[in-house]
Design a protein. Structure first.
Length: 175
């Protein structure tokens, strides 16, 4: 059975995937000759940096991953996927920088390549987290730790409350 921690993070993934689908569509439009929709790409970058990175990744990197890297949890894991997840988060940030540079340079190819790279990376990354990492966390972290983590998640939520609304409204506007 999945913990509340896993459910929260997986639910956030669903919102990120909505953006990923829209980013994929807008990237395909670039390849078919349409003009760069700068407003969309800039708002997408803002969403990625604000919601996916500051909000969602803060919960993963600063809370979940740290708990999973502690010795007690490590004893119960047959492998440690955390380094790979952190590496993929950094790869994602590089793709976002590349998209931003492409927008500044008005370079469709650069925007397209970095957007597609981000889309492909995130789809695989989210699959791994939802289907491997989170179930592993549920298995190796005890209820007391999960409860402490939930309290920390609530702190992140309260700090980001106003921004979260903005990002969720943006994602809703994409459907």
């Amino acid at each position: 059975m999945s913990s509340q921690i896993s459910r929260i993070l997986s639910d956030e993934h669903k919102k990120i995937l909505r953006l990923i689908d829209a980013l994929n569509e807008k990237s395909d439009e670039l390849q078919s000759g349409k003009m760069i929709d700068k407003e969309f790409f800039l708002r997408a970058i803002d969403f990625i940096r604000g919601y996916a990175d500051k909000f969602h990744h803060a919960k993963e990197e600063d809370i979940l991953f740290k708990e999973m890297c502690k010795e007690d949890a490590q004893k119960n894991m047959h492998c440690n996927p955390i380094d790979m997840m952190l590496y993929e988060h950094d790869q994602g940030r590089n793709f976002v920088r590349g998209m931003e540079e492409g927008i500044k340079e008005n370079n469709k190819v650069k925007i397209f390549e970095n957007a597609k790279g981000y889309v492909n990376l995130l789809r695989e990354h989210i699959y791994k987290e939802d289907n491997i990492l989170y179930p592993m966390a549920d298995e190796v972290l005890n209820k007391k730790i999960l409860q402490k983590m939930l309290e920390k998640f609530k702190e992140v939520e309260s700090k980001m409350k106003k921004d979260k609304e903005k990002y969720l409204n943006f994602v809703k506007s994409l459907t």
